[in-house]
Write a protein that binds this ligand. Sequence first.
Ligand SMILES: [Zn+2]
Length: 93
Amino acid sequence: MIIWFTRHYERILSEDVSHRNCTHCHNNVNYKFIRQRTWYFILVFFIIPIFVFPISTKYRIDCPICHAYYEVGKSDVRQWLKEQKEIEKILKN
Ligand SMILES: [Zn+2]
């Protein structure tokens, strides 16, 4: 007997990436930065228990008010997180 399914796992990379105007609700918000990974599960009973492997990784920014989201590239993630760390360093000093 074989059962397979996919499952999404989300991780918030940052709570406030950038202060922008949401194009959906038109509020000025700090977007959340989220990584969504999709995993593929295959359960094979009586032979080998489980195969699990990732099939996709997507990055997106979410509006905290209306929950509209916009997909972004991995290079955008690196750039924004780097900018945020630099801002935090400036604020600490
Ligand atoms: Zn919004």
